[in-house]
Design a protein around this ligand. Structure first.
Ligand SMILES: [Zn+2]
Length: 269
């Protein structure tokens, strides 16, 4: 089995996780910028985090033979302070030329507030000006449907944004259709408690097909499973999907989307 982990917060994980992922067939890891579990107090905290994502974590992953990529932004959870967010967004362009950067993410909404929407628009403008891919986080539980709709409206209202260059992550049964119908990619996040289980993700593949769709573990500092993608692949096999169908979902699809960035797997091209 080979797979790409398109969404994992490895700065919060131990080296054993890297080892297990490589042993399970992981070929590359992509790490969106995320909330640290506490609010950073200044733009300098983000500057250091962006250095960690573009310099230090790739070196740690390389010890296990794994290419490491990242996405940059200020996470929606820290977007209430628009002044702080504006300063952090101002730091990002100087990191965009680094060789493991894939785009702007995970941006989006958390509580669907006015300030979050403002900061989302700033990020979308940043991505458009620098021709970057976009990875979007959608809100949790009861806020997800409305938040996903608001996010799609922001992306569609900017004529510079092409939906095939944006992935809307954490889709569930009630949001996947609107994302795919609008031409965007969709990500299914495999969490043991919330978001989506492996079995539910395979239900959605059976219902909606496997185009413009990927699966990720989104493993972080909370309750999450770094091997969730290969476990879901086993569930696909159990449900009668062929090895080629599994390979498409966990390797070829992320490769196709991420290869829109010239940086992704550039050593293999
Ligand atoms: Zn995440």
């Amino acid at each position: 089995m080979r797979y790409i982990e398109p969404h994992a917060h490895m700065v919060s994980r131990v080296t054993d996780d890297y080892q297990d992922m490589v042993a399970a067939g992981c070929a590359a890891i992509c790490e969106p910028a995320f909330w640290a579990g506490f609010d950073r107090s200044s733009p300098a905290g983000f500057y250091d985090y962006f250095c960690q994502l573009t310099e230090h974590e790739p070196r740690r992953a390389a010890k296990f033979g794994l290419p490491h990529y990242c996405w940059l932004c200020i996470n929606p959870k820290e977007s209430e302070d628009v002044l702080l967010a504006t300063e952090v967004i101002g730091l990002i362009p100087k990191f965009l030329g680094r060789p493991n950067v894939l785009g702007i993410g995970e941006i989006g909404l958390n509580k669907n507030s006015r300030n979050e929407l403002k900061v989302l628009e700033l990020h979308v403008d940043l991505a458009a000006r620098h021709n970057q891919l976009i990875l979007v986080h959608t809100p949790h539980l009861e806020d997800k449907f409305k938040g996903t709709r608001l996010i799609l409206d922001v992306l569609r209202s900017d004529p510079r944004i092409r939906p095939e260059r944006c992935i809307i992550d954490h889709v569930e049964e009630h949001t996947i259709r609107m994302v795919l119908d609008a031409g965007f990619w969709a990500g299914m996040t495999l969490y043991p408690e919330t978001k989506c289980t492996g079995a539910r993700s395979v239900d959605m593949i059976e219902q909606y097909g496997s185009d413009r769709l990927w699966m990720n573990s989104a493993c972080d500092w909370g309750v999450s499973v770094p091997l969730a993608v290969p476990y879901a692949a086993l569930e696909m096999r159990r449900r009668g999907q062929s090895p080629d169908q599994v390979d498409k979902m966990i390797y070829q699809n992320p490769l196709k989307f991420l290869s829109q960035s010239p940086n992704f797997m550039s050593h293999c091209k």
